[in-house]
Design a binder for this molecule. Structure first.
Ligand code: PGA
Length: 222
């Protein structure tokens, strides 16, 4: 698969914002699957700076930690602070997985998301589908791998504060999207990106499932 190498993080954020903007302009009632983490921060900043009409948009987040949604490090707080509180989206149109996993699947089933934006973990995870996750997996409660807990500890006071469980969309759920854009930023992601996009398609590298989707773009900057 082609990995489009971009000049820098600003260009990465700008190009993916263009894709989001085009989707909303083409279809006001668009459905997006959205990521958290450090990679999409520039994208969200860029989107906030544009005058887009989010009034009919529905969003579905990829995953949440199992923790108080009002906690400063929860993904619900992240989305509010970086995007939802700064655009004209209806709070009830911003959906997050919860323990009623079947209901979340139902909301996505039947009408696939128009665009799913993904990051990638250093172990090849997408959302919180850690290595070994079934390619058929759907939304479910998962335990985070040691690598992911270590990677995400930078957002917490100590590694002990990182939640050990999450609710994530499954790989099957993600693959139902009509279009997928994967964003990766930093040297530390390059190796896993190459393995995932051009190596063996295996459940040991969850992102490798994207090789089986016919509408995926992969953007990288160092
Ligand atoms: P990051 O995380 O954007 O914080 O690097 C990506 C991921 O783990 O999916």
């Amino acid at each position: 698969m082609e990995i489009k190498v971009l000049k820098d993080y600003n260009v990465l954020s700008y190009i993916v914002a263009n894709i989001v903007e085009y989707q909303i302009q083409e279809q006001l009632l668009s459905r997006f699957i959205l990521p958290t983490g450090s990679t999409p921060l520039g994208l969200y900043k860029e989107l906030v700076s544009r005058e887009l009409d989010w009034g009919a948009v529905m969003t579905y987040n990829l995953d949440v930690y199992i923790m108080n949604p009002d906690h400063p490090q929860s993904y619900q707080t992240f989305m509010k602070e970086n995007l939802f509180n700064k655009i004209n989206i209806y709070p009830t149109n911003c959906q997050f997985p919860d323990r009623n996993v079947q209901s979340y699947e139902q909301r996505l089933k039947g009408i696939p998301a128009d665009l799913c934006i993904l990051g990638i973990g250093t172990n090849g995870h997408i959302a919180f589908n850690e290595p070994g996750s079934s390619f058929d997996s759907r939304t479910r409660v998962v335990s985070l791998s040691e690598q992911t807990i270590k990677d995400n500890s930078r957002f917490f006071d100590s590694i002990e504060d990182v939640p050990t469980q999450a609710i994530t969309m499954g790989l099957g759920t993600i693959m139902d999207s009509k279009r997928i854009v994967l964003m990766a930023n930093g040297d530390h992601k390059l190796n896993i990106l190459n393995v995932a996009m051009n190596g063996e398609v295996t459940e040991d590298v969850p992102a490798s499932i994207l090789q089986n989707h016919d509408n995926v773009e992969v953007f990288y900057c160092d």
